[in-house]
Write a protein that binds this ligand. Structure first.
Ligand code: M6R
Length: 600
């Protein structure tokens, strides 16, 4: 995730903002930059690490903003690094999020402004340049710019001849720190926690103006009071945004990650999706098979996508574990699209499968999280899942973002192949837009999931079952639990239990059932009854209230249609996390595993 920082006070701003950027390094980034305002504005930015950023050792500027960038629009280059400036260089802006309508704004501005980057952010300083007339305050001009923006953002700006920093928040976090002799602004408290623990969390729609001796917050143009709180973290927890582990932090980042995956891609009125793909229409209409290659969690996301692509795009879809593709892949390349699903974009098995497809002459597409990764250079097309960096070895938020992005891809294909009407597409898309909120509802149950984990932690083995779209989630739930708790966990299609695995079910084992819409809950319940009569404890993640009577424990899933199993999966992530934490496992770095598996 990008990180924003800002400082205005009585000290030299450069070393302070550099320090705050170092404190945000845990979020992951590929470029960094600083702008200082000592009456005039100067910008220092480049691709690479904060420690490599070339800035003056000292300055007379007691006002500075900073940024760590995780690329979503444009490669990680010096030009694309933040802060971005207007044509005259008197305004500097840093941004976290995505400006959905940047294409339109850029087209409108480009005849009178010179753009120097490929980013969506750069429209903001140019808009501000137009609004910051001699009789306007920075805050007034900034508020007029915000009226033009669609999308998600945390923004901070400073300008020559204007005091302090202005900031705004919409669907992307921004927090103010109140210190002796100055104020801070940041995406996350750890940026400035060594200077102050006295904070104000801004709300969506808030605009803030910070000077060295004042913080004013506005909503709809009127001053508002926001509560001040004291954070109680130690330095180690601060590195992880206040969470004990990156995995837990990343589980909790899912609502924001999902909003980013959806941002600017949905035309709900038209029942359509915009993915910036240039696949020729005649190929899209005539393609006979989509072959998906992936590993681990990405493979489970692919199994989910297969069901939706077949349903919406009326096309044959095969999913291959990438390391197995060498034995079967590469057939009928002229009528096949090969889709490589990989969070890192660097997984050797997935790249190997892709190279086989390329060698056979197939058209290829990458679905990845990582701008500039190897997979993006070796495929014809790329769709980003925009989840932000994932540091915990266990993939969590990227699974949800992969499924949501692949659902968008399914609708995109369906609309272009004429197999999905606009009303049905609009219904699917409206369900997808409710997913971030539904995931938040599940996250709000974190304490209850810990209690449930405590009840189940000592079971001898765990069997996860689901059907239809619930099956990939059952497989993923089992993978998550086994890799971080080291417990024996297996996932099955619920209908398969009676064909063998049922022999393993005893009163000392637990069964976890995915009983949501999209997951044929009434059929999965049959398996639940089979295991119940063998004495196993059954935990259900369910959106059907009437399932409760068959379960020992039920965790309720909000109703969001075909994406419900993805929401249910958040319970399974939390369950795995808490079971592992109760056993004191090395959650972020489980034994024998690596985040990016670059060997075959
Ligand atoms: O980066 P990728 O998505 O290609 O990685 C594939 C697997 O190694 C990965 O999904 C792995 O299974 C997860 N980290 C497990 O949580």
């Amino acid at each position: 995730m990008c990180g924003i920082t800002g400082y205005v006070g009585t000290e030299d701003g450069i070393p302070i903002v550099q320090e705050t950027l170092r404190n945000l390094e845990y979020r992951g980034y590929d470029s960094a930059g600083v702008a200082v305002n000592d009456g005039d504005v100067a910008v220092y930015k480049q691709a690479g690490q904060v420690e490599d950023l070339t800035v003056p050792a000292t300055s007379a500027a007691s006002c500075a903003i900073g940024h760590t960038r995780w690329s979503t629009h444009g490669e990680p280059t010096d030009d694309n690094a933040h802060p971005h400036t207007d044509c005259s260089g008197r305004i500097a802006v840093v941004h976290n999020g995505i400006i959905d309508n940047y294409d339109d704004l850029r087209a409108e501005l480009s005849d009178r402004h010179t753009f120097t980057s490929d980013t969506d952010t750069e429209v903001v300083p140019h808009l501000l340049e137009e609004e910051l007339t001699p009789d306007a305050t920075l805050q007034e001009a900034f508020e007029r710019v915000l009226e033009r923006l669609e999308g998600s953002y945390a923004l901070a700006a400073t300008a020559r001849g204007h005091e302090g920093i202005v900031g705004a928040r919409q669907d992307s976090p921004l927090v103010v720190g109140h210190a002796d002799g100055g104020h801070f602004l940041a995406s996350d408290v750890p940026a400035f926690v060594e200077y102050t623990r006295d904070v104000t969390y801004l709300e969506d729609g808030d605009v803030v103006h910070l000077t060295d001796d004042d913080v004013s917050v506005f909503s709809d143009g009127r001053p508002v009071q926001r509560d001040r709180r004291t954070v109680e973290w130690d330095a180690q927890a601060a590195e992880k945004g206040g969470y004990d582990h990156y995995m837990l932090k990343e589980i909790h980042e899912q609502p924001q990650a999902l909003r980013q995956a959806l941002s600017g891609r949905i035309d709900e009125l038209g029942g359509d999706v915009e993915l910036d793909l240039s696949l020729p229409p005649e190929f899209v209409e005539s393609v006979e098979e989509i072959q998906i290659v992936a590993c681990g969690t990405s493979y489970h996301a692919s199994l989910y996508a297969k069901e939706l692509l077949e349903r919406y795009a009326d096309v044959r879809v095969t999913t291959s574990i990438a390391s197995e593709y060498e034995f079967s892949g590469g057939r009928d390349p002229w009528s096949t699209l090969v889709v490589a699903v990989t969070q890192s974009g660097e997984t050797a098995d997935t790249l190997g499968a892709l190279r086989r497809a390329n060698a056979a002459g197939a058209r290829t597409l990458a679905v990845t999280n990582t701008v500039g990764s190897t997979v993006t250079r070796e495929t014809d097309e790329t769709v980003y899942i925009r989840a932000g960096p994932e540091i915990g070895v266990a993939a969590t938020k990227t699974f949800a973002s992969q499924v949501v992005t692949l659902t968008l891809l399914s609708v995109w294909f369906g609309r272009r192949r004429g197999s999905l009407d606009s009303e049905t597409a609009a219904e699917v898309l409206s369900g997808l837009q409710r997913v971030p909120g539904a995931v938040q509802q599940v996250l709000d149950q974190d304490a209850r999931v810990r209690d449930v984990a405590r009840e189940y932690a000592d079971e001898e083995a765990f069997f996860f079952v689901g059907r239809d779209l619930g099956r990939p989630v059952a497989l993923e739930g089992a993978l998550k639990l086994k890799e971080i708790s080291y417990d024996h966990a297996e996932g099955f299609a619920a209908g398969e239990l009676k064909h063998g695995p049922l022999a393993l079910v005893t009163p000392e084992t637990a069964v976890i059932a995915v009983l949501t819409d999209g997951g044929a809950p009434e059929k999965t319940l049959k398996a639940v009854k089979e295991v119940d009569s063998r004495g196993a404890s059954v935990l259900g993640v369910s959106s059907a209230d009437d399932a409760e009577k068959y379960l020992d424990t039920m965790l309720s899933v909000p109703e969001v249609g075909v994406a419900e199993p993805v929401v249910a999966n958040v319970y399974l992530q939390l369950f795995a996390y808490h079971v592992a934490d109760l056993k004191d496992r090395a959650i972020d770095k489980p034994r024998n595993l690596a985040k990016s598996v670059t060997v075959e």
